[in-house]
Design a binder for this molecule. Structure first.
Ligand code: ADP
Length: 260
């Protein structure tokens, strides 16, 4: 697996965590967090112990997606914070600690300090994978995180829309710059299948991520449809891979997970 190859290249000292994978996107709203949760659940289904660190200061949605939006983390001997558990995943989020409105106006250094604290001062418990839900974009905050965090590899999420693809290219270049290997790209909202007639339509365009993968010599890890089940699952702490591991959509996430 790719992460085993890169692990030797980027050693890290986050205790209790074997592999750190960044889940990133060029733009907000492309389904980065939703995809991160479903991939995490699919890795868990394979038998791995998995955590998610929600670093998306602009919209920390992981707590809601895991059905633990109303909880607050406790601490271990008054020092390190204990991650919360949602759907079997260990989770820590900026959203547990500060109101959305506050974190989203932080400047780079503040966001980066808060994030480093979350990463280092959480008592992660023997995780095979820690997925980091990165803030979207390629500004200072993202660059600092990509540099500071001992990430083994990054996984990019995009929609097929040109405007998202342009930004995800910038994201790949950012990881190249800080020498973090990019595992591949997931195309989310790739197509939609009509529940009445079964017709497949490409609402946001077609072929973009495939083209990008070829151009940047990275893998197209999977194509996920625009799907009601995915949206409802995300809103109600009942993501598809958790709700029904054998559904068609869960199979797509499981295939992606086998390449991580
Ligand atoms: P991001 O993390 O990129 O900002 P989110 O994961 O928060 O994006 O997703 C944005 C919105 O799109 C959410 O309402 C989510 O439920 C919805 N969504 C994401 N992926 C899909 C999908 N494949 N099908 C339907 N809705 C989706």
């Amino acid at each position: 697996k790719a992460n085993v190859q890169v692990e030797a290249v980027r050693q890290h000292n986050i205790s209790g965590v074997k592999n750190i994978i960044a889940i990133a996107s060029g733009k907000g709203g492309v389904g980065k967090s939703t995809t991160a949760v479903n991939i995490a659940l699919a890795l868990q289904e394979e038998g791995a112990r998995v955590g998610i660190l929600d670093a998306d200061i602009y919209g920390p949605s992981i707590p809601t997606m895991l059905g633990i939006g109303d909880q607050k983390p406790g601490s271990e001997d008054g020092k390190r914070m204990l991650p919360l558990n949602g759907l079997g995943l260990s989770a820590m989020s900026i959203g547990f600690l500060v109101p959305d409105s506050q974190a989203s106006i932080w400047r780079g250094p503040m966001a980066s300090t808060a994030f480093t604290q979350l990463l280092n001062e959480t008592a992660w418990d023997d995780l095979d994978y820690l997925l980091i839900d990165m803030p979207p974009g390629t500004g200072d905050i993202q660059l600092t995180l990509a540099q500071k965090v001992p990430v083994a590899a990054a996984c990019m999420i995009t929609t097929p829309q040109d405007i998202a693809l342009i930004d995800v290219r910038k994201g790949i270049s950012m990881f190249d710059k800080v020498q973090v290997p990019v595992l591949g790209v997931v195309e989310n909202m790739s197509y939609h299948i009509c529940s009445n007639c079964g017709h497949e339509s490409h609402i946001f365009g077609q072929g973009g991520a495939e083209h990008l993968a070829g151009e940047r010599e990275i893998e197209l890890l999977g194509q996920i449809p625009l799907d009601l089940e995915v949206r409802q699952g995300a809103d109600h702490g009942n993501s598809p891979v958790f709700a029904d591991i054998d559904s068609d959509i869960s199979q797509i996430y499981r295939r992606i997970a086998t390449n991580i």
